[in-house]
Design a protein around this ligand. Structure first.
Ligand code: SAM
Length: 235
């Protein structure tokens, strides 16, 4: 079994030491019960990975001093930007957890005509959810969380990449899946759906409306289905 993975924003070179504090130290000490001499894995959310040994515990286990034994950097996977209307309540956690596992590299809460207002206040909680999903799935790149934006703004900013808008009357997703390494932007609408104007505007800016089958999916299901399809097409 591999070492447990912890987040260390500043990951030093092999042979150097660093301190794990706060929630990560608590998790390592109290939940995983790591002892001095045990090894663990670290990541910095930007592709940096290290193996380290616990050399000292201080402040009742809230500060753990680590010696880095091995250090490397993983290349960034092909980018996938998910711009998605926010589902309600706990479904946001489901969305971000699964999307991170499935390779989302960037997340924008989509401000649509029919969506609930997306505030930036959720960003810290969303980041924590993405962090836990990175650890669980051992993805070394933490998704970047952007400020809310309208569909046309997202489509306009995605110059050079493939932009797909999930819309039940679009063309089947499988027709446009041949995008192994191109940057991909996925737009998923709110409970009430995109307005035709939003879809037309995004299409004018180069986006392709795509359908995900006959069933009308929940927001998070549609997002996860698209991300899974992209992952499979790249694997
Ligand atoms: N009544 C809405 C409509 O017809 O668009 C349903 C909205 S659905 C709950 C939320 C979002 O998920 C949609 O705006 C769309 O982006 C995406 N979605 C759900 N099912 C889909 C499907 N079968 N094909 C394409 N997109 C879908």
């Amino acid at each position: 079994m591999s070492d447990p993975l912890f987040f260390a924003e500043h990951l030093p070179l092999a042979g150097e030491r660093c301190v794990l504090a706060g929630d990560e130290a608590h998790h390592a000490g109290a939940s995983r019960r790591l002892q001095v001499g045990d090894t663990l894995s670290l990541f910095d959310g930007r592709g940096g990975y290290g193996r380290a040994r616990l050399v000292r515990a201080a402040a009742r286990g809230r500060e753990l001093e680590l010696e880095v034994l091995e250090r490397r950097d993983a290349p960034a996977p092909a980018p996938v930007h998910l711009a998605c209307a926010l589902p309600k309540g706990d479904r946001q956690s489901v969305l971000l957890d699964m999307a991170t596992q499935l390779g989302m590299s960037r997340f924008t809460p989509l401000a649509c005509e029919r969506s609930v207002v997306a505030g930036a206040h959720g960003a810290a909680r969303w980041r924590r959810i993405c962090l836990e999903a990175c650890k669980q799935s051992r993805r070394l790149h933490l998704p970047v969380i952007e400020a809310p934006a309208a569909p046309a703004e997202v489509a306009a900013a995605a110059s050079g990449g493939v932009v797909l808008v999930a819309h039940p009357s679009g063309e089947p997703l499988r027709h446009v899946l041949d995008v192994p390494t191109a940057p991909v932007t996925l737009l998923v609408g709110p409970e009430g759906g995109f307005t035709e104007e939003e879809v037309t505007q995004a299409a004018t800016l180069g986006a392709t409306p795509v359908a995900l089958g006959e069933a009308i999916l929940r927001i998070e299901t549609a997002a996860v289905a698209m991300l899974a399809a992209i992952q499979l097409s790249r694997s």
